[in-house]
Design a protein around this ligand. Structure first.
Ligand code: MLT
Length: 264
């Protein structure tokens, strides 16, 4: 499905019936990574999964795209769709977007799920590295960084080489302008750690024990900083934990959502 959101044509999945559950993908991916979650949770929830601007089938703008802008896009889409309050799930860069959403639009949240992500901003070195990568994408295209990044999405010990190939395939639809915009936006994002204590909605933090892109210690910090947050580690899973171990991930999320229902 498509909607014009903040002047951009965004593509999204809208499937199932029930309380709204929103999935925001990481970098440089798109809603395809949530397929196993859409199939599982559509039975009990209304699932919304956008392609962020510049990714998947969504239109790309130009220049840096801040995490606040991505969050505004998600919020405007949810308003258009009349979802009411939602549980928002964000993976990695999608987690940066979810934290920004929590800062900007907390009344819209019923719960927050932070997957393989962190609250800290980039160090000056990391930000410089992102800007350099953005320059490389501009000059040479996306192939080099996608080839390097895809294998790191999966646990190093995972015996199935097809998983990384599939992830690499998902990346192909990311537009160079979208990749550059997100890299520059991530480089300039602020540290969300000081606002963690203000998050008042039930929060689940999930990660894989074998995440080589954002180490599990970052999830421990998130769970310590957010009042009442629950931390779940999925043994043997890498960065793209929901895609790599959908059965374990869906079970953790389902149990937590059931707890949320009984509290409501
Ligand atoms: C992601 O998976 O979204 C990225 O690894 C996030 C990042 O580069 O900080």
């Amino acid at each position: 499905m498509q909607a014009n959101v903040n002047g951009m044509n965004l593509t999204y999945a809208d499937d199932g019936k029930g309380p709204a559950l929103v999935f925001v993908h990481g970098f440089p991916l798109n809603r395809a990574v949530w397929q196993k979650q859409i199939e599982y949770f559509r039975v009990t929830h209304r699932i919304i999964a956008p392609d962020l601007r510049g990714f998947g089938e969504s239109e790309a703008g130009s220049g840096a795209v801040s995490m606040a802008q991505f969050a505004e896009d998600v919020h405007a889409l949810l308003e258009q769709l009349g979802t009411g309050r939602v549980v928002l799930v964000g993976h990695s860069m999608g987690g940066y977007v979810a934290l920004s959403f929590a800062r900007q639009f907390s009344p819209m949240l019923r719960g927050l799920v932070l997957v393989a992500t962190r609250s800290a901003g980039d160090s000056p070195e990391a930000a410089a590295g992102r800007r350099e990568t953005a320059g490389k994408v501009k000059a040479e295209g996306t192939k080099v960084i996608f080839d390097a990044m895809a294998p790191k999405m999966i646990a190093p010990g995972n015996p199935d080489p097809k998983l990384a190939e599939q992830v690499r395939g998902f990346m192909d639809s990311s537009k160079p302008a979208g990749v550059i915009g997100a890299l520059l936006g991530m480089a300039e994002r602020s540290d969300a750690t000081p606002i963690l204590g203000n998050i008042k909605v039930p929060t689940l933090v999930v990660t894989g024990t074998e995440d080589v892109l954002i180490p599990p210690v970052e999830s421990e910090k998130l769970a310590k900083g957010i009042p009442g947050a629950v931390l779940k580690l999925i043994p043997g899973a890498g960065h793209l934990v929901a895609f790599e171990q959908p059965i374990a991930f869906n079970s953790v999320l389902n149990d937590w959502l059931n707890g949320l229902k009984s509290k409501a």
